[in-house]
Design a protein around this ligand. Structure first.
Ligand code: FEO
Length: 182
């Protein structure tokens, strides 16, 4: 079971994960408009990852007999001056999400909710990877600066990123993670 405080905080995090998906969808569209297909692909893969993060919260709240309370999503930014600004905003957002997950862990400890604490471990590890990916690309963008040729090379590299998470959630995250029945 979930305490009221934990249930509310899990619902807030569900909204934040959905907003993350919304934000990356917006950045992906901006990349497409600029002719940066590889960057657009990278952010679309990120969109799918965020939908998985959101759906895991959705299922966990239901599994624990809680009530999913969907809230309005904030409007994400749609104008970006450069790919560098896109990734600066992405890292800034992921750092906010990391803090939010850490606050949730703290709450689950103070509420003596061991199940939620264990559930959140996956997100703690995931956030390390999220920030590391962003920092890696940001470092490359700082080297590239205004070099259009180098930017297009990075664009080709980012085009190779594949969606490795399930994108079909109608049967639930666990079923989707297992893939189609043999
Ligand atoms: Fe779900 Fe990128 O944090």
């Amino acid at each position: 079971m979930l305490t009221k405080k934990v249930e509310e905080a899990l619902n807030e995090q569900l909204n934040r994960e959905l907003y993350s998906a919304y934000l990356y969808m917006s950045i992906s569209s901006s990349c497409t408009n600029r002719g940066l297909k590889g960057f657009a692909n990278w952010f679309m893969v990120q969109y799918h990852e965020e939908m998985l993060h959101a759906m895991k919260f959705y299922e966990y709240i239901n599994l624990q007999g809680g009530r999913v309370a969907l809230k309005a999503l904030a409007q994400p930014p749609s104008e970006f001056s450069s790919p560098l600004e896109m990734f600066n905003k992405t890292l800034e957002h992921e750092q906010f999400i990391t803090k939010s997950i850490n606050d949730l862990v703290e709450l689950s400890i103070s509420e003596k909710d061991h199940a939620t604490q264990i559930f959140l471990h996956w997100y703690v590890t995931e956030q390390v990877e999220e920030e590391s990916n962003d920092n890696e690309i940001l470092a490359q963008l700082r080297i590239i600066r205004d070099d259009a040729q180098a930017l297009m090379m990075l664009d080709r590299e980012l085009a190779a990123r594949m969606t490795t998470v399930p994108t079909e959630f109608s049967k639930g995250v666990q079923a989707a993670l297992k893939g189609p029945a043999a």
